[in-house]
Design a protein around this ligand. Structure first.
Ligand code: C2O
Length: 342
């Protein structure tokens, strides 16, 4: 039997199993001088709370800060664990079998999709990414915006990402899905333009969030239930998949950047998309009585990240279950899907 928790170690990171057609890249983190692992401790003196806002509602100053932070991240040397390249590689390594599942002698097989690791892994990933951006512009309360695609005003690529002169721009996106084209949350890769049809989007969010009761339906199944394989994704992850395939460039064989795990983190919109996914997790708990898994295997699952000071930190799932302890929250906006029962 395979055991959660997973404890991954960059020293044992192996080259990823990439899909055919992908340019081979080593996704493992760089070796840095002190790769001593520290257990995560909650910040005792939190900076002013960080409030994540919809990307389309940022003030000019907030937008300027965000662009500047990403610009500085892009300027870091690619072997700096805080750099743009390394941040993207984190996703690649955790999604393509670079890490060993604790207690397993099988080849590396850790995946953070199609199982219950999806929600906590991505929460932590964003947490460190946000801390790094904050430190690069020296604004402790910098908060990552969210792509508010569950509200009609947010159902297109936010303008700040579409400006070619901006550090948030990425060329590898679907040319037919540029603003003001509405995102279609039911898109199945046949390019039907449903621009303006947001009612279907709202009922999709209703079905995947508001209508879901059971934790395993929402989050996906235990990694163990697949015998060390990823057994099934939950409705939260399923809802988020369209944001990837719809945004990526269909002329690339793997839909780079957003359409493939190994490349998705190279598009700054990835983190903004996931900020909304993370937000929907908090809303599911706060408004719809959703519950996190009580299982120790879940709570003790662990991941490793480099923080804003380039220290390697081990975090557990349990430590991320309450975002207020991590010092951030989401700006409240109307939830037009709340009663959008199909
Ligand atoms: Cu790890 Cu949106 O994917």
């Amino acid at each position: 039997a395979f055991a959660n928790p997973i404890v991954t170690n960059p020293k044992t990171c192996e080259r990823p199993n990439l899909p055919a057609g992908a340019k081979p890249i080593p996704c493992c983190p760089p070796k840095i001088d002190s790769d001593k692992v520290n257990d995560f401790v909650f910040p005792t003196k939190l900076p002013q709370e960080r409030v994540r806002k919809p990307a389309h509602l940022l003030t000019p100053q907030e937008a300027a800060d965000y662009k500047e932070a990403i610009k500085r991240m892009r300027e870091l040397s690619p072997d700096d664990p805080r750099s743009f390249t390394q941040q993207a590689n984190i996703h690649c390594a955790y999604c393509h079998d670079s890490y060993v599942l604790k207690g397993s002698t099988a080849p590396p097989q850790v995946k953070v999709h199609f199982n219950w690791l999806f929600a906590p892994f991505h929460r932590w990933y964003l947490y460190f990414y946000e801390r790094i951006l904050a430190s690069l512009i020296n604004k402790p309360n910098f908060a990552l915006p969210y792509w508010n695609w569950d509200h009609p005003d947010g159902m297109e690529i936010p303008a700040i990402f579409a400006d070619r002169r901006s550090s948030l721009y990425n060329a590898k996106r679907n040319a037919n899905h540029q603003p003001p084209v509405f995102i279609d949350l039911n898109w199945n890769k046949k390019d039907i333009d449903t621009s303006g049809d947001f009612a279907d989007n709202l009922s999709k969010v209703y079905r995947n969030i508001a209508a879901v009761k059971a934790s395993d339906t929402f989050f996906g199944l235990n990694f163990n239930q697949g015998g060390g394989k990823s057994a099934a994704s939950g409705t939260l992850e399923q809802l988020h998949n369209t944001g990837h395939s719809w945004t990526g460039d269909p002329t690339d064989p793997n839909g780079e950047d957003m359409g493939s795990f190994y490349s998705a983190g190279r598009d700054p919109i990835f983190y903004c998309h996931h900020s909304n996914v993370d937000r929907l997790w908090t809303i599911w708990k706060d408004k719809f009585c959703g519950e996190d898994f009580p299982d120790d295997d879940y709570k003790n699952s662990s991941f490793l990240f480099y923080d804003e000071n380039k220290n390697l930190v081990r975090v557990t799932t349990e430590q991320c279950l309450d975002p207020s302890k991590l010092g951030y929250k989401y700006m409240d906006v109307p939830l037009p899907w709340e009663f959008a029962k199909p």
